[in-house]
Structure formats: structure tokens, C-alpha cells
Design a protein around this ligand. Structure first.
Ligand code: NDP
Length: 263
């Protein structure tokens, strides 16, 4: 895969929710490669050695990845607010925020447990709002910044055989929330955009495939490019939206799906 270079991201302060693995982690790696100072907000970190937590609860990741890690549940508004305070004090207002934390639960609509529905909506949609509000406020005060929210192609097509009503509704919400925030904040220097991936090889999709082993073959068969995507292919688009290279993009929802939704 050809890699673009975004020199304006060097030295930028970047917060990535869900950056401990999958698409979020690939995104963290790319920002670090551009020389950005990245802080991961996640429940855990799957790479590197994590040092002792300091007084803000931050841990330095060493080894293959030089970034900070903060154990922050995006649904916990107090934890996110404390994180925002610490971030501003330590590094200043963020230049970039990427919301990649997300979960999926699969069950037919009639069998979907309300507990699962609520958890998906709480993490995928409300968590995205909580982080946008807390960190976006710092950006608004600074008069600059770029937010990239990960929605999904499932927010615009029902993909009904997957039986993911909560996920689909939450992801449609993320895309439309992004448009709404984009409209409210653009004239104050903060751009908000979304990325909508198709099937990407991560633990999230591995979990769905484990429950239905034929599913992966069906995904590939329906994807015009003939394969699932990689986290790196999504990260590349996220970096573009984060950087000044996309300076006139406001409220866009960029599909990265190998053609799945052209059907
Ligand atoms: P992964 O499951 O690999 O990674 C998601 C990360 O989010 C995990 O590290 C997880 O932590 C973290 N997380 C979950 N809940 C919370 C929380 N409450 N607070 C903080 N962090 C949390 O998923 P992907 O990388 O595949 O997905 C990333 C995003 O992309 C998600 O929003 C997903 O919906 C979206 N997406 C993914 C697609 C795909 O095909 N993979 C397709 C379309 C969209 P932990 O490890 O502790 O669970």
C-alpha cells in the first residue's frame, strides 16, 4: 500500500479513543510515524510495554510504539472530563481527535437484549459525543482542530443479514452527529468529518466470523475489490482527514469499503 506523507501533523497533539488495537492502533502508529504526540484513550493496550501510571493515570508506552496511554472509558463522562483537563495542562489543547472506540453485538431485532442495545449505543454513539464535547470544547477555545469519527458503512446500508440493529442505528447516529458538529463548529476553526469503513480485518470482525464461519467468505464475495480491508487502509484516510490536506472538508462521511456499498 502506498503511504502518503502529512508533514503538518509533525508535533501535533493527537488523542485516539480505541487506540489500543485494530483500526485505532493502526491510526496511532501512522500519527506516531508522522511525528505527532499521541495519547491513546482505551481500556487496554495490545502493544508495547506500559510503564507505571503517573498522578494523572497516564502511562508511557515504550518499545515499538512511543505514545502515551490513558485508561479512559469513553462512556464515563467524569473520566473523559478529567482526561481533558490533564491533556490541556500537559500538552495543550488537542490538534486532532479520532474516535475509534466501538463495539458490536449481533442478534435479530426480536432477540436483541435491551442491555446489549444500550451498551452499543452508549459506547459507539454516546461515547463519541462525550469525547467530542469534552475535547472539542478545548479545540473551540483554541480556535483550531480536526475531529475524525469512525462511523461505518452499516450506518447507511442496513446490512440486515448481520442482525446488528443497535450497531447500525448507533453508526448512522455517529455519521449524522459528525455532520451536525461540523456545521456548528466549522466557523470556529474546528473541522469534523467521519470515515465509514466496510469490512476490515480486526478482532471486531473476527468475533463476528467466529460466530458464523461462512460470514467472511460472504463478505469477500460481495466486495467488488475481492477482499476485506486492512486497518492501515482506514488509518490512511483518517490521517488525510486529520491533516490540513483536507482543509475544505467539513461534515464529510468518507466510505472506505472496497466497493461494498456500490451494490
Ligand atoms: P476493535 O474491537 O479491534 O477495537 C476497538 C477498541 O475500542 C478496543 O481497543 C476496545 O477496547 C476499545 N473500546 C471498547 N469500548 C471502549 C470504551 N468504552 N472506552 C474506550 N475504549 C473502548 O475494533 P475495530 O478496530 O475493528 O473498530 C474500530 C472502530 O471502527 C469501531 O468504532 C468500529 O465500530 C468501527 N468499524 C469497524 C469495522 C471493521 O470491519 N472492523 C467496520 C466499520 C466500522 P478493549 O480491547 O478493551 O475491548
Amino acid at each position: 500500500m502506498a503511504i502518503a506523507h502529512f508533514p503538518d501533523l509533525e508535533g501535533k497533539v493527537v488523542a485516539v479513543t480505541g487506540g489500543g488495537r485494530g483500526i485505532g492502533l493502526a491510526t496511532v502508529r501512522r500519527f506516531v510515524a508522522e511525528g505527532a504526540h499521541v495519547v491513546v484513550m482505551d481500556l487496554g493496550m495490545t502493544v508495547g510495554d506500559i510503564g507505571e501510571a503517573d498522578s494523572d493515570g497516564w502511562q508511557r508506552v515504550s518499545g515499538e510504539l512511543h505514545a502515551d496511554f490513558a485508561d479512559v472509558d469513553v462512556t464515563d463522562e467524569d473520566a473523559v472530563a478529567s482526561f481533558a483537563t490533564a491533556l490541556e495542562r500537559r500538552l495543550g489543547p488537542p490538534d486532532v481527535v479520532v474516535n475509534a472506540a466501538g463495539i458490536v453485538r449481533s442478534a435479530s431485532a426480536e432477540d436483541m437484549r435491551l442491555k446489549d442495545w444500550r451498551q452499543v449505543v452508549e459506547i459507539d454513539l454516546t461515547g463519541t459525543f462525550i469525547v467530542c464535547q469534552a475535547l472539542g470544547s478545548l479545540m473551540l477555545r483554541a480556535g483550531r482542530g480536526s475531529i475524525v469519527n469512525i462511523a461505518s458503512m452499516s450506518g447507511s446500508i442496513s446490512n440486515y443479514p448481520q442482525k446488528q440493529s443497535a450497531y447500525n442505528a448507533a453508526k448512522a447516529g455517529v455519521a449524522h452527529l459528525s455532520r451536525t458538529l461540523a456545521g456548528e463548529w466549522a466557523d470556529r476553526g474546528v473541522r469534523v468529518n467521519a470515515v465509514s469503513p466496510g469490512y476490515i480485518a480486526t478482532e471486531l470482525t473476527a468475533g463476528v466470523m467466529a460466530a458464523d464461519p461462512d460470514m467472511g467468505a460472504q463478505w469477500v464475495a460481495r466486495t467488488p475489490i475481492g477482499r476485506v480491508g486492512t486497518p492501515e487502509e482506514v488509518a490512511e484516510v483518517i490521517l488525510f482527514l486529520a491533516s490540513d490536506a483536507s482543509s475544505f472538508m467539513v461534515g464529510s462521511d468518507v466510505t472506505v469499503d472496497g466497493g461494498y456499498t456500490v451494490w
